[in-house]
Design a protein around this ligand. Structure first.
Ligand SMILES: C=CC1=C(C)c2cc3[nH]c(cc4nc(cc5[nH]c(cc1n2)c(C)c5CCC(=O)O)C(CCC(=O)O)=C4C)c(C)c3C=C
Ligand code: FE2
Length: 491
């Protein structure tokens, strides 16, 4: 077995002891987790900004509840901006990334009698060029990707059809250049096998399922199988380290819809790991990969580490309270702290890639920063994709081809790229630990009901949002900028 790979074979060597989490040493984080274990209601804040369909979302760390990030208090870094999103996924338990499992042995012994399932959530990608347009349709038909006010939601599908047809030729070119399809399904299946084996090696037998948001195997198929297998406890693990409304949030909304309408599923104890970007195992695995790539440069200490994250539209963060940007910044901070602890003091920067459409996205933009760095005289650059843990079109085509070419044209002479984590064994082991830590907090979906007062408040905020949203959508949809964007094929 490849020393760094956990996929494809049972581990030969003794697995490392359960990875501690960065937040473990933080007493505050510990108390957060104990709330998560005993009362999911305390996480629910129904008047928060992101509750399109009263889906309540939350990242699992203390950082997302407006506290100083657990990792930061541990490392005594700067304080993170308070984030407005801090909600639990309905009645299901939300698990702190640093879930502190006192009495784990008891819980563990108990869970061995259960039929445990792990559901990995991911985006999905077209497997052939013929899949590209329908895949894009599914993506743009998602109300968490194109956020229309309720009044205009009847336009969602026609708009998705239009944008997917217009964008398909450009996307097809991209997929053609990486072999004719997305590698996402294969890699995610391998990660699922790896997690299953890592869990087994830790004494927990579990079925691991893959549920994709926009392509096969769809989340609905995975849930169908979970029901068929009569799973008695489920851990939901999105394969996005950081939470975004557009990724984890969207997949959880699908789950919420399915679970709320099914008697068996609504009683199934479920734990959701909303984000895990500050887990020690993840941070260390990222630092390992960066360290290895740095050594390939003639002068590693002179290399600029360039974190490139997938962007989201600015309104997600500024208006809808998406914690994505804060979590991303904290994640980069933790990785850099880890590198410093290992003696690497490289300069670093963070930029956002892959914007789509005419609206403003998180800045700075990757392409613009690369040009600026080249102009400023940076000669060696190591690109680090940081929002996704598999190779995909945006690493293989956008970074490896487009951005590399742009960087070299802009004066950067030495280019490197850190591979995605994929099946790196320390990473897979850490995800398995996250599952084990989450398990005791599983709660059934049906244990909490919203009060009538909450419903009233929801209705009021819905009415306000609908009125303002409609006006905004009208202005946006028919603005010259959007019309120009279509003409210029920005979509
Ligand atoms: C954390 C990761 C991701 C975020 C956040 C995200 C938001 C987001 N994406 C689009 C539009 C597209 N994304 C596409 C592909 C794609 N997106 C991610 C990840 C995130 N997206 C991945 C991993 C992939 C690739 C899957 C694969 O096939 O390998 C595409 C299709 C490709 C293309 O045509 O460029 C689009 C379109 C939006 C609008 C958005 C936030 C609102
Ligand atoms: Fe995307």
């Amino acid at each position: 077995m490849d020393a760094t790979s956990f996929c494809g074979a049972l581990p030969q060597t003794k697995l490392p002891a359960s990875n501690r989490n960065f937040s473990r040493s933080c007493p505050r984080a510990r108390s957060v987790v104990s709330v998560a274990r005993h009362s999911s209601e305390e996480f629910q804040q129904p008047d928060k900004l992101y509750s399109r369909e009263s889906l309540v979302v939350s990242s699992s760390s203390s950082a997302n509840k407006g506290m100083t990030a657990s990792g930061r208090s541990y490392l005594s870094g700067p304080v993170v901006k308070r984030n407005p999103v801090g909600q639990a996924f309905c009645a299901a338990s939300v698990v702190g990334v640093g879930a502190y499992c006192e009495g784990f042995v008891d819980s563990h012994l108990h869970v061995t009698e259960e039929k445990v399932g792990v559901l990995l959530l991911n985006l999905g990608g077209p497997e052939t060029l013929n899949d590209v347009q329908p895949f894009l349709f599914n993506l743009f038909a998602d109300p968490d990707i194109i956020r229309l006010p309720r009044l205009f939601q009847f336009l969602q599908k026609p708009l998705a059809k239009l944008i997917s047809v217009l964008r398909a030729p450009k996307s097809k070119e991209g997929y053609a250049s990486i072999g004719g399809g997305s590698p996402l399904r294969k890699i995610t299946d391998e990660q699922a096998d790896g997690i299953k084996m890592a869990l087994k090696a830790k004494g927990l037998t579990a079925n691991v399922y893959v549920g994709m948001r926009y392509w096969y195997p769809f989340t609905e198929e995975a849930i169908h199988q979970i029901k068929k297998d009569k799973i008695t406890k489920l851990v939901v693990l999105p394969l996005y380290p950081q939470f975004s409304i557009s990724t984890t949030g969207s997949s959880l909304r699908v789950l919420q819809n399915i679970f709320s309408e099914d008697a068996y599923l609504s009683r199934l104890p479920i734990a959701i790991i909303q984000s895990w970007y500050q887990r020690e195992g993840y941070i260390k695995s990222m630092a390992d990969l960066i360290g290895e790539e740095l050594q390939k440069f003639a002068k590693p200490e002179e290399v600029m580490i360039f974190f490139s994250a997938h962007g989201v539209p600015l309104t997600y963060v500024e208006d809808a309270g998406d914690p994505y940007k804060d979590q991303m910044e904290e994640c980069i901070y933790l990785i850099m702290q880890e590198l410093k602890a290992r003696g690497s003091y490289n300069d670093h920067t963070l930029a956002y890639q892959s914007r789509v459409g005419p609206v403003q996205w998180l800045k700075p933009y990757t392409d613009e920063v690369l040009v600026e760095l080249g102009q400023k005289g940076v000669k060696s650059l190591l690109a680090v994709p940081v929002s996704f843990v598999s190779e995909h079109i945006e690493t293989l085509e956008e970074i490896d081809m487009e951005y590399k070419e742009l960087a070299l044209e802009s004066g950067i002479e030495n280019w490197g790229r850190v591979p995605a984590l994929g099946c790196t064994s320390s990473f897979i082991t850490d995800l398995a630990d996250a599952v084990i830590e989450a398990l005791p907090s599983a709660k059934s979906f049906s244990t909490t009901r919203s009060t009538s007062e909450e419903s009233d408040r929801d209705f009021l905020s819905y009415a306000i949002k609908m009125i303002f949203g409609s006006v905004l959508a009208f202005v946006l949809l028919f603005s010259p900028k959007v019309i120009t964007a279509f003409r210029n094929r920005l979509f």
